[in-house]
Design a protein around this ligand. Structure first.
Ligand code: NAG
Ligand code: NAG
Ligand code: NAG
Ligand code: NAG
Ligand code: NAG
Ligand code: NAG
Ligand code: NAG
Ligand code: NAG
Ligand code: NAG
Ligand code: NAG
Ligand code: NAG
Ligand code: NAG
Ligand code: CU
Length: 524
């Protein structure tokens, strides 16, 4: 399980932007302890225990600079197996600390501990009144959709539109005339989010840890796993203004709205109710998604050049699909009594019994195979409105793709409408950033669509939203040896098998090879 679930908004002074981007020489920070434990919290008028880091919800924030090295000793005092993924951190040559369960490590069992060598920032939860693990386990056991959440949160708070949570509403205090940096992370489990601030435009200047050409906009769309750096200028009449987030509709979604309040400091009469962002798009506004996403361009300056591969060594065309697997006596909760499954090129990823990384490193056979397909098993009209439900029956397997060290790779992700399950899939790759060179609706055309690629200033990101019933093309250089998980960042899709992993081979030298494993590894 990944401990990163909620819409996180962190407010920092503008000067921190420099710390965020400058490349600093590494220095070792003393190691710190993360104690994972169940802690009681009350939201929406109901109390329950949730898994926290050091008892905090939202979790602790660590301030680090690029190049810093950090040892985090994780002690699991909770009730579940846990691993922690350090999202967006590339972990050069160090897949050992990347985190995904059964991909780079065995889980940390209750009572056990593990030391990660890494940089970190984390949070938990869209808000479910129920027990999140129970909801996920029930859905997986019965083969149906998990319950939707009861609320979204901004920094752990559902906000002002919930009578039960009004008093805890997160406030952002601003001084007139100042500029603020918002670091927005969508750590919602299952939904892409629109976000806006009443009467204030946002200037998006960075994404997933890289600068982009500044975009002035009255809303953003951010997918789970994406991070954005946004400037907010406090130059409207001193008052109270809502910031609000709501879902961009998927197949099933939580249709509630979460808010926080931007409050100007000063002496004025506050309105009885803050104004609401009238530019916050509606749930189904697909044009709002496209319009915003298409504006994103890398900064591409002398200091921050774009190094997108112009020539491609390895091409992958990967269909992203919902699907279902028949159950005995049609007794499951999915469509027609089947069990929901999800797949990449019709392969529904199965977590192996031992982690792939160690199996690869020690040449242990029988844990995974290396024949993840480079093209879909069948070609059909992937985005058709009327596909037979059984057009794809996912195969359950642990298949990975092996990449040569330093090869340039292009992946075209193709969304499909199998099971009428078309939605925007935020595809996330561990261990690497990639350039988003193109996207569009319908089926990818391998003759005409590459002609429209942006090979000049494509944004460098680590999570790409593949348009609903469309495609997205990415390119990267496989220069980080290791085993790297790749998956849809919608939690339910990942749980259903919308995942695979890349093994990037070692280069010729020690400095281009995977590091030694840590001394203490958790057994499976
Ligand atoms: C961490 O786990 C190891 C066994 O893997 C054990 O030897 C050590 O005492 C544990 N440390 C703490 C602080 O619990
Ligand atoms: C899901 O929601 C239904 C209806 O609100 C409820 O009866 C059920 O207990 C929930 N399931 C879980 C696992 O929380
Ligand atoms: C919230 O409280 C107000 C005032 O007490 C009431 O009118 C309204 O119906 C409540 N809303 C909900 C959703 O309970
Ligand atoms: C806010 O941004 C939108 C979109 O770029 C633009 O049309 C609008 O004029 C801007 N509004 C203000 C007040 O700057
Ligand atoms: C949200 O969904 C519920 C249940 O389907 C429905 O009753 C409600 O009207 C919806 N609310 C909005 C704002 O669309
Ligand atoms: C705020 O403004 C009111 C009306 O102008 C004035 O009476 C009051 O003294 C001011 N308060 C402070 C703290 O400045
Ligand atoms: C959102 O869009 C739906 C469908 O297009 C429409 O029925 C609904 O009225 C819209 N809601 C708002 C608040 O604009
Ligand atoms: C998207 O952009 C088009 C073309 O510029 C414009 O007509 C449309 O109103 C925009 N839609 C939204 C929701 O921003
Ligand atoms: C399937 O249904 C048949 C006939 O009703 C029954 O005999 C059998 O036990 C069922 N199998 C399972 C696994 O439920
Ligand atoms: C694929 O399906 C879409 C949606 O039903 C349709 O508009 C399109 O014409 C189809 N393409 C082909 C090549 O049949
Ligand atoms: C383009 O796609 C077709 C199937 O639509 C396939 O047969 C062909 O090999 C592809 N060409 C390239 C260069 O990948
Ligand atoms: C926890 O992890 C261990 C080691 O892989 C595994 O044997 C066990 O089944 C897991 N427990 C749960 C509840 O998943
Ligand atoms: Cu998905």
């Amino acid at each position: 399980m990944e401990l990163k679930k909620s819409l996180k908004l962190e407010l920092l002074g503008l000067f921190l932007l420099n710390a965020f981007v400058l490349s600093m020489a590494g220095k070792t920070i003393p190691s710190i302890d993360f104690v994972l434990k169940e802690t009681k919290y009350t939201r929406l008028c109901s109390s329950k225990k949730i898994l926290t880091v050091n008892g905090l919800f939202p979790g602790p924030t660590l301030y680090v600079r690029r190049g810093d090295r950090l040892i985090v000793n994780v002690h699991n005092q909770g009730n579940y197996n846990v691993t922690i993924h350090w999202h967006g951190v590339k972990q050069p040559r160090n897949p050992w600390s990347d985190g995904p369960n059964y991909v780079t490590q065995c889980p940390i069992k209750p009572g056990a501990n593990f030391s990660y060598e890494i940089i970190f920032s984390t949070e938990e939860a869209s808000w479910f009144k129920g027990d999140v693990m129970e909801i996920i386990q029930t859905a997986l056991a019965n083969g149906g959709e998990p319950n939707v959440s009861d609320a979204f949160t901004i920094n752990g708070q559902p906000g002002d539109l919930y009578n039960c949570s009004k008093p805890g509403t997160f406030n952002v205090l601003v001084n007139y005339g100042k500029r603020y940096l918002l670091r927005v992370i969508n750590s919602v489990m299952n939904e892409e989010m629109f976000f806006a601030i009443a009467q204030h435009n946002l200037t998006v200047v960075g994404m997933d840890g890289a600068y982009i050409k500044p975009i002035e906009t009255d809303y953003i769309m951010i997918t789970p796993g994406q991070t954005m750096d946004i400037l907010l200028t406090a130059n409207k009449s001193p008052s109270h203004y809502y910031m609000a987030g709501r879902a961009y509709a998927g197949a099933v979604y939580d249709n509630t709205t979460t808010t926080a309040i931007v409050k100007y400091i000063g002496n004025y009469t506050a309105p009885s109710m803050p104004s609401f962002p009238d530019n916050l798009p509606n749930f189904t506004d697909i044009d709002a998604v496209t319009n915003f996403t298409n504006r994103i361009r890398a900064l591409a300056s002398k200091d921050y050049p774009v190094e997108v591969p112009q020539k491609v060594d390895t091409r992958l065309y990967i269909t992203i699909s919902m699907g279902s697997i028949p159950c005995v006596n049609d007794s499951c909760d999915g469509p027609n009594g089947a069990r929901l499954a999800a797949s990449l090129n019709n392969m529904s990823f199965v977590e192996p019994a031992e982690d792939i990384l160690l199996a690869y490193y020690r040449k242990i056979r029988g844990i995974y195979t290396t024949n993840f397909p480079s093209v879909p098993p069948d070609f059909f009209n992937f985005t058709s409105d009327d596909l037979p439900d059984n057009v794809y029956t996912p195969l359950k397997a642990t298949k990975v793709k092996v990449l040569e060290f330093n090869s340039s790779v292009e992946i075209v992700f193709q969304g499909t409408n199998v099971l009428n399950g078309a939605e925007n899939h935020p595809m996330h790759l561990h261990g690497n950033s990639f350039y988003h060179v193109g996207s569009g609706f319908g089926n990818f055309d391998n003759e005409t669509d590459p002609k429209g690629y942006n090979l000049i200033d494509p944004p460098e990101i680590n999570t790409v939203g593949v348009p609903t019933n469309g495609w997205a093309a990415i390119r990267f250089r496989a220069d980080n040896p290791g085993v790297w998980f790749m998956h849809c960042h919608l939690e339910r899709h990942a749980s259903w098998g919308m995942d695979t992993a890349f093994i990037v081979k070692n280069g010729a030298t020690r400095l281009t090879s995977i590091r030694q494993p840590p001394r203490h590894l958790n057994p499976c």
